[in-house]
Design a protein around this ligand. Structure first.
Ligand code: ZN
Length: 411
């Protein structure tokens, strides 16, 4: 069984965290100077590991194995959220790098290959999963033309030009090359940490269904309009959201979550009854049947509010993604590897957050492994995982990839 080198793994993770270091975390937005430097650093590490490394026209860093036999694709992302943690993304790509090195050093793994990728902009500074979508053929040139940095409005084309990546070809998947895709990530929740478990075996990546709820009332004077005749759009919206929160638990799955991310009242002044109100609302689940139940109930509650209240409510679908199911045989490979290295310390769980694996899963069997996040904290500079858990997770990951590769020839 290929064996990872714990010191080398931790050294590389710590060195990567010096690019854009911020307190104990990092600030490394996509295509910032620190991010570009980190991509070059990672490409060099992949080359040293014997892979053919390149950075493509959208900033994906990919190292291709020269092994003759079946190959597994391993990836995650290298950029960070703003002023956030050091492991969200880097953990997965450095696990890939270390797995490639462990395979190369183990004569028994000769012929088994891993390609390692650091996908561009999983964190969404310019768009949504641009690198992995580009790789699987779901990103057009027009999409790139339109993409702009959400904080400073810089066009993606301009940022790619400045980084020196413009004009390079974009790498695209050759599915016949691969047995599948593996991605490791910190859990970002507290399920593993609070139960003392070490390995999360991801069953599915949840779908996110997003809506805009609009309420039309009547803008009027807050002092002279009686309660009996006013049409308060704000109040109608809050009542609807409250009804959703009462009703959804009866229809939801055990891990369904729903969120009102923004409420706006128009005109939004202390002495004016809002004439219009709007909410951005979303729910997430890995089960399409649950998503459809919640969707139908949302529309029913809006209908009910229209027949019983004095305002006019409507709801628009903004986006409905599809849950990405992880490959069953790969899940078993991770469980078996965990049983060898930390018996009784693994559990299956869905991922409530989106990951690049959801796009790779559209083109090949995919799997994800989670390691504990201390206190369940992520998207914050205090995000952390113990060295012991980082090392254990990498050995389980490497072992699972080796078994999965041996068990299944490429498509
Ligand atoms: Zn991430």
């Amino acid at each position: 069984m290929p064996t990872i080198n714990p010191d080398r793994l931790l050294r590389d993770l710590r060195e990567l965290a010096t690019f854009g270091a911020y307190k104990t975390g990092v600030h490394r937005p996509s295509l910032s100077a620190e991010d570009v430097a980190a991509r070059h650093w990672f490409a060099e590490r992949l080359s040293e590991a014997g892979l053919d490394a390149r950075i493509d026209g959208i900033g994906n860093v990919i190292g291709y194995s020269r092994a003759q036999g079946p190959k597994m694709l391993i990836g995650s992302h290298i950029e960070s959220q703003n002023y956030a943690g050091w492991l969200d993304g880097p953990l997965g790509i450095v696990y890939g790098l270390e797995t490639a090195r462990a395979f190369r050093e183990d004569p028994a793994a000769a012929g088994l290959g891993v390609d390692v990728a650091a996908w561009f902009d999983e964190e969404g500074h310019f768009g949504s999963f641009l690198g992995s979508r580009s790789f699987v053929g779901l990103l057009s040139e027009e999409d790139i033309d339109r993409a702009r940095n959400r904080y400073d409005n810089t066009p993606l084309r301009e940022a790619l030009e400045r980084a020196g990546f413009a004009g390079r070809p974009r790498e695209t998947v050759r599915p016949e090359r691969y047995c599948g895709y593996f991605e490791a990530h910190i859990e970002q929740g507290d399920t593993l940490d609070s139960t003392g478990l070490k390995i999360g075996v991801v069953t599915a990546i949840v779908a996110i269904w997003q809506y805009r709820i609009i309420v039309e009332g009547e803008q009027n004077h807050a002092g002279t309009t009686s309660m009996a005749r006013r049409r308060d759009a704000g109040l109608a919206l809050v009542r609807l959201l409250s009804a959703i929160d009462r009703r959804f638990p009866e229809l939801a799955g055990p891990r369904s979550v729903w969120t009102t991310g923004r409420i706006t009242l128009d005109p939004g002044a202390p002495s004016i009854i809002p004439g219009r109100a709007e909410a951005l609302f979303q729910f997430r689940d890995a089960d399409t049947a649950v998503l459809e139940r919640l969707h139908a109930e949302l529309f029913r509650l809006v209908e009910e509010a229209n027949t019983t209240g004095r305002c006019t409510l409507s709801v628009e679908v903004m986006s409905q993604s599809i849950p990405a199911l992880m490959d069953e045989a790969f899940q078993q490979a991770i469980e078996a590897a965990a049983a060898r290295h930390c018996p009784g310390r693994a559990m299956r769980m869905p991922s409530g957050a989106g990951h690049d694996a959801q796009y790779l899963a559209r083109r090949m069997p995919a799997a994800m492994l989670f390691v504990p996040s201390i206190g369940g904290i992520s998207h914050h500079w205090t995000e952390n995982t113990s060295d012991e858990d980082i090392v254990l997770g990498c050995q389980v990951f490497c072992d699972a990839v080796a078994h999965a590769l041996r068990a299944r020839p490429p498509a």
